[in-house]
Design a protein around this ligand. Sequence first.
Ligand code: GRG
Length: 287
Amino acid sequence: MANNFFDNFGQRKEIFDGYLENYFAQLKLPKSEAVHDLKKAMEYSGLQGGKRFRPLLCILTCEAFAVNPNQVLPLAAAVEMVHTYSLIHDDLPCMDNDDTRRGNPTNHKVFGESTALLAGDALLAEAFTHLAKSYDVDPQMGLQLVRLLSEAAGIIGMVGGQAIDLRSKKAVLRVQDLNFMHSMKTGALIRVCVEGTAVACGLPRHKVELAREFGAHLGMAFQLKDDLLDSTHEKIEAGSFPSVIGMDETHEYLSDVTDNAVEVLAEIGIKQGPLLDLVKFNQSREQ
Ligand code: GRG
């Protein structure tokens, strides 16, 4: 398998990127220079594009359930908007104070701190506007998706996980502390891609629950791989899994968690295809 993340999954990234570009192009805004400048800041991070792991996960899950991927593009876009907001805010001086992201200057370095803060806020709100509008033909489905994504993004999900991370004392972390924190900080948003897609595809409740379980394993596998990419045997990142259990053990842990994800996927009835490839590819990705 090619190691450029996108090469393995065909045109799906282009389809998603086109969808998001169109979303920004269609956004109806009041005649205000300030508002249009804010939109530029939203687009700067939203369209700069990372791996698009979460949208790809939504699309591949949808395909695995034999549903047209158009059904899940609004959810994929909403999750990516939440992800983008979290990166903009995470880079701010009051958080990680980073100058670059994805090889480019961070949002606040280009647009200033207050505009970057507002761009993140606006992306978060737009995520829910877009969900509500896109699924309004089935209000019950729309409401469930709004609830799932808001929980995954909020105090019992990503933001709560970030709060735990900020308080954590890196020197005394245990593996269960890292599991707990990452299941919220990174895991919840990845989990909701799968669980939300199951809901958007109209799957029965027991399959939605299995999808949630699969998504939780995959979220942890994603974080473990991220930690492995950030460390080498010579230089291990503080507060990462390798710093707590060691590099080799983190590889083993990743392998176990990946096996768990594959097992749950098989329970859902998915034993081959691009979604399974994505789960396996995570172990060898280089970005
Ligand atoms: C709301 C301030 C705030 C923070 C929330 C998720 C998060 C907490 C902060 C983002 C920073 C970070 C490094 C989180 C760990 C999760 C993670 C691995 C993010 C990077 O995701 P990728 O690799 O990024 O999918 P790309 O650039 O590919 O989109």
